[in-house]
Every structure is written in structure tokens, then in C-alpha cells.
Design a binder for this molecule. Structure first.
Ligand code: TMP
Length: 194
């Protein structure tokens, strides 16, 4: 069962994945970009080195996703897989950054993943005020440097995309206490297994 955690930076996806991994014994934790050896190198190029054309950036994220899907996700579908990000980030960040058409991005992502998309999504939502506060407390990578307006548009695009594709999801308010969020996601995952 392939579950992706989605939302803009600072919403607490990785904290929740870490907490949930303590509750399920045979779980696989992974992420995009950087879930494979090649992916780690691609991640460094994308987030730290930079100055890429928008299209080159998309293609590198897609290469990471192809490796990740085929080498990590597909062979483990019998397990619970919790992935920090997926093609939803891939489409939303690229669409908002360079206005690349959603249909084009969908086709590219179908190609990269061999049509394997997450069955369920845990979607985090954060309001502008809290996002600003959290972003001010940390240093930004190349993508986060695009700013709050960009991230709010990405967040909106993620929600629209999940609706459009009719993927089963739970929406989480990222400002709730960590423990209560963990409880909600824990129940959601248990329900997904039924
Ligand atoms: P993170 O692993 O800390 O969330 O950082 C990954 C960054 O890359 C984050 O800002 C979201 C961005 N991203 C894209 O722009 N496109 C993608 O396809 C993915 C997976 C992430």
C-alpha cells in the first residue's frame, strides 16, 4: 500500500512519518527526491547546486522519481510504504514555477513512474501566517527561496490536483499538535488497510 505525504515545506511531513514508523512494524519509509543512491546525487544538484533551467529541473525530479518508483516502491507494494512527497509535488511545484501545463506534467509523470501513483495521500495544509513564521526560522534551499507566495500557490495546486485525479486522501491541519496529527493519520492508515 503506497501512501504519499504531501504539502509544502515546513508542514511536518517528515516528523509525522518518523512518529508513524514507530507504530507499524513492517513499514517502508522513503522519500522524493533522494530515496535511492542516484536520487541522493540528484537531490544535491537540485537543492544545493542550482541555476538550472526549469525544464532541466523537472527532468531531474522525474529521473529521481523513475528510479525511486521502480527500485523502491514497486518491489515493496505488499508493505505499507510511506513516502515523503510524490508526483503531486512534482506537478504542483513545476506548474507554479514555470507554468508548465498540468496535462504535460501528468504525461511525463506517468512515463517516469510506469503509471504507478500513490493510492492514498496525507495532505498537509498550513495558513500563510504560520508558514511565514516557520520559514523565517530556517535556512532555505533553492526551491524554498522562491518565497511564501510561491509556496501558497503550490499548496493550492496540490489540493486541486488531488481532487482532479480523485485520489483518496486525508487533509491535515499542520498547526494542530504533533500527537493529535499522528493519531489522525494512524487511524486513517488503519482504515486504508481494511
Ligand atoms: P524536502 O525533501 O525537504 O521536502 O525538499 C524537496 C524540495 O523539492 C521541496 O522544496 C519541494 C521540491 N520538489 C519539487 O520542486 N519537485 C518535486 O518533484 C519534488 C519531489 C520536490
Amino acid at each position: 500500500m503506497y501512501i504519499a505525504f504531501e504539502g509544502v515545506d515546513t508542514v511536518g511531513k517528515s516528523t509525522q512519518i518518523r512518529e508513524l514508523s514507530k507504530r507499524f512494524p513492517d513499514i517502508l519509509i522513503t522519500k522524493e527526491p533522494g530515496g535511492t543512491e542516484l536520487g541522493k546525487k540528484i537531490r544535491t544538484i537540485l537543492l544545493e547546486e542550482g541555476d538550472l533551467l526549469a525544464r532541466s529541473e523537472v527532468l531531474l525530479f522525474l529521473a529521481d522519481r523513475a528510479e525511486h518508483t521502480e527500485r523502491i516502491v514497486r518491489p515493496n507494494l505488499h508493505k505499507i510504504i510511506l513516502s515523503d512527497r510524490s508526483f503531486i509535488s512534482g506537478i504542483a511545484y513545476a506548474h507554479v514555477y514555470d507554468n508548465i501545463q498540468i496535462d504535460t506534467l501528468l504525461q511525463l509523470n506517468r512515463f517516469a513512474t510506469g503509471n504507478l501513483f500513490p493510492e492514498h495521500i496525507v495532505l498537509f495544509h498550513i495558513d500563510e501566517k504560520n508558514l511565514k513564521e516557520r520559514m523565517n526560522k530556517k535556512s532555505s534551499d533553492n526551491i524554498e527561496m522562491r518565497g511564501i507566495e510561491y509556496m501558497l500557490k503550490v499548496q493550492k495546486t496540490m489540493e486541486e490536483l488531488i481532487d482532479l485525479l480523485k485520489i483518496d486522501y486525508i487533509k491535515i491541519d499542520a498547526t494542530e499538535p504533533v500527537e493529535s496529527i499522528t493519531e489522525k493519520i494512524f487511524s486513517y492508515i488503519k482504515d486504508c488497510r481494511k
